[in-house]
Design a protein. Structure first.
Length: 113
């Protein structure tokens, strides 16, 4: 499968994730999806990212903000539920809430490396 096909599957699965969030009463806004190498370098320098090999560089990651009863959350049992749902959709999917180096609950990615 080429990168474009991987990206298309990623977007289709993100659509399912958005619908699941809404069915749980979690409203979403977009954070970052595609990221340039220049932006990644800034984040690494600022300590906001640990890698220059982020899936955002390949259009295979997206960050969301979660609103539950009108309040912004990054940690919440419903968000963990969404993370588990995301990982159940495809063996290549990872949720940032399960990263061992830091918690990134808004981050959803497809890992094709
Ligand atoms: Zn991210």
């Amino acid at each position: 499968m080429n990168l474009s096909q991987e990206q298309q599957i990623f977007v289709q699965q993100i659509a399912l994730l958005i619908l699941r969030a809404n069915s749980l009463g979690v409203n979403l806004t977009f954070g970052e999806a595609y990221r340039t190498k220049e932006q990644e370098a800034i984040y690494v320098k600022e300590g906001k990212s640990k890698t220059m090999d982020s899936n955002h560089l390949r259009r295979l990651a997206i960050d969301f903000n979660f609103f539950i009863n009108g309040e912004l959350f990054y940690r919440h049992p419903l968000i963990s539920q969404l993370g588990n749902y995301w990982e159940s959709l495809d063996p290549l999917n990872n949720w940032g809430g399960h990263f061992h180096y830091f918690y990134d609950g808004g981050h959803f990615e497809r890992n094709v490396k």
